[in-house]
Design a protein around this ligand. Structure first.
Ligand code: F6R
Length: 617
């Protein structure tokens, strides 16, 4: 979702801003812009709809000079992606310039008042009211930082704002309002930067802080000053910036998404690290803290996983793990829909948010509501500093490393790994899983990195050919049963979001109740059918498809030769314990979607209209 990057220092700002925006582009955007102020108080703004290359070309043709600037990647909410709606936006005098991440919930009311006061607006955005609010406050005689603070205090919703004034040299004012829209301030060598996330700062800043909700910062070349929105001073120390810039390189892969799919064995290993231990030649659960005492774990009556998109698919697998291993009723729900009803919760319910970004507005709201209603709360996230970690009693980190591709891949696998370990830990504490059971589960999960590696290698032999044979598909159906049902849903998600071919994922049992009407020769059906207790039933579903001229692509366990009689194409995965099958079988689906999207020439890392962190409801 929207990205903010800013610079003040001794160097020309425009190329640093363009580089910073490129580092933020993984978040998803559909237009971009920047504003630069020169040493004589002259402000230049450049904005371009579409990819960052359009902005880059514009700046090449119409260069901007200055050593202080702010830039933005916009993901459209109010008004389409166009040059005029792209940020930065200016006030009526042309001196105040603002970039913004979030939605101004009361913008219509503020705009009406400003319009009545004579302000004119050029764009359809909610953002444009912010520089006009600042303009009014400056006209009342306030200093820039005070004006931004007061203007920010009048906005409803959750936001990050960065503002400059043409005649206030070497000063950026930033504010974070509410708990979405993170913004970081970084310190480099004689220069200061701001960015929507810490990794974007790594090439320039050695230390940084993330603003707390309700905090503002006045950033100058030689340092910064923090205050709360009400003007009280706030002091915090800068921390070293942790992620190496190497993590943001493609490392020989055509796309970050492909790199991240291939990194899954290693990232799964990181999720296991420190949580299991080997002693006396056997693996054991070492550390998987949950916000519960043993007595509370035993008294638990329900576990609910909440998330959106891929994260709710991971949650569906997690719920099955919890029921199997810990014997507690468990479910997974779309976090937004959970909020739209009156959920019944109590202190014996554990609500676990699942969010790789830790910033998804729907999930954060739902966790907040769950806490208010008295449930116990935890979150599984990939970002240690994210808002989600503060919204709950206990964060469980995925340790998947930096995921740049907008489509979630390795973070989904790592979510499932963490859920598996948490379910084992809960089973152990509830005595649903005896000592032997714990050892067996832990020994099985230690095989995951190798099994995932094998699945990726086996799939890569055929995925491109299979994708090519179905490139003209009108739509795809994905079928699975049991633990494979959420994986079928995820396969469909990956296919539609990267290839733009319509896809639906469902229980194979569901197909004959309606979706079977869609089956024809142009509707390939992907049957996720590794060898397990539901394998025979999957073969029957595959026969039903073929009996109607449908084409079947099977995901099958190596050695299940009989499946070739039921399928037109097979992507093989290694034999593996049933509980590990979701984590292993998702890899061929990711690769099938990736190869299809790439053959169609799509921008796989930044699919159209998608955002990496969805910070609006
Ligand atoms: C799909 C995808 C999205 C996210 C969803 C939730 O590939 O990435 O569906 O899963 O927006 O995001 P997080 O996990 O950050 O809460």
């Amino acid at each position: 979702m929207c990205g903010i990057f800013g610079y003040t220092g001794p160097r020309e700002a425009s190329s640093i801003l363009l580089d910073g925006l490129t580092r933020l582009s993984y978040r998803g955007y559909d237009s971009a812009g920047l504003a630069v102020v020169d040493d004589f108080g002259h402000l230049s703004v450049r904005r371009a709809a579409g990819k960052l290359d359009n902005l880059r070309r514009l700046v090449e043709n119409e260069p901007v000079i200055g050593r202080q600037g702010i830039g933005h990647t916009r993901w459209a909410t109010h008004g389409p992606a166009s040059n005029v709606n792209a940020h930065p936006h200016t006030d009526g005098t042309g001196d105040v310039v603002v970039v913004h991440n979030g939605i101004v919930e009361n913008y219509a009311e503020l705009k009406a008042r400003l319009t009545a006061n004579g302000h004119q607006f050029l764009s359809q955005t909610d953002t444009e009211i912010i520089p006009h609010l600042v303009e009014e406050l400056l006209a009342d005689g306030l200093a820039l930082e005070e004006a931004v603070r007061l203007a920010a205090g009048r906005l409803r919703g959750a936001h990050a704002i960065a503002c400059m004034h043409a005649r206030t040299p070497e000063t950026l004012v930033v504010a974070r309002i509410g708990n979405a829209g993170g913004i970081a301030v970084g310190a480099g060598d004689g220069e200061m930067l701001i960015a929507s996330d810490l990794p974007a700062l790594t090439p320039y800043a050695s230390t940084a802080i993330l603003l707390e909700p309700g905090e503002t910062a006045v950033v100058r070349r030689d340092g910064f000053e923090l205050r709360m929105l009400d003007g009280r001073p706030s002091t915090r120390t800068l921390h070293p910036v942790g992620v190496s810039s190497g993590a943001a390189a493609k490392g020989g892969y055509k796309h970050f998404t492909l790199k991240e799919i291939h990194e899954q064995p290693e990232s799964a290993m990181s999720a296991l690290h420190g949580r299991i231990a080997f002693s006396h030649g056997r693996a054991q659960l070492d550390e998987m803290p949950l916000p519960l005492t043993d007595a509370e774990a035993r008294a638990l009556t329900r576990v609910v996983f909440l998330g959106m998109g891929t994260s709710v698919h991971a949650g569906m697998v997690g719920a099955r793990y919890v029921e199997t291993l810990a014997r507690v009723p468990a479910s997974a729900e779309n976090a937004a829909e959970f909020l739209h009803r009156e959920p019944v919760l109590d202190k014996h319910t554990l609500v676990v948010g699942v969010t790789q970004s830790g910033e998804t507005a729907d999930t954060l709201q739902a966790l907040h509501e769950a806490r208010i209603r008295g449930a116990r709360t935890a979150v599984i996230t990939n970002v240690p500093e994210s808002e989600a970690t503060r919204a709950v009693e206990h964060p469980l980190l995925m340790h998947a490393g930096y995921e740049i591709g907008v489509a979630s891949t390795k973070t989904m696998v790592n979510s499932m790994v963490v859920m598996y370990l948490a379910a084992c830990a809960l089973g152990q504490r509830r005595e649903a899983l005896g000592a032997e059971g714990v050892v067996r589960c832990v020994e099985e999960i230690t095989r995951l990195p190798a099994l995932l590696g094998a699945a990726i290698e086996m799939t890569e032999r055929d995925a491109e050919d299979v994708a090519r044979r179905h490139l003209n598909a009108r739509r795809f159906l994905f079928l699975g049963r049991g633990l494979m049902e959420p994986i079928a849903r995820e396969g469909a998600y990956k296919m539609k979001e990267t290839s733009y071919i319509h896809a639906e994922g469902m229980s194979a049992a569901e197909m004959k109740h309606g979706p079977i009407a869609l089956i024809d020769a142009d509707t390939p059906v992907v049957a996720v059918a590794p060898r397990n207790t539901l394998y025979e039933k999957m073969l029957i579903s595959m026969s039903e498809v073929r009996a109607r001229d449908g084409k079947v692509i099977a995901i099958a366990t190596a050695g299940s030769v009989e499946i070739t009689a039921y399928a037109d194409d097979v992507l093989w995965v290694p034999e593996c314990p049933p509980l590990l099958q979701p984590m292993v079988a998702v890899a061929p689906l990711q690769l099938l979607a990736y190869r299809t999207a790439d053959l169609l020439g799509n921008d796989v890392d930044q699919p159209r209209n998608l955002a990496k962190s969805v910070t609006v409801e």
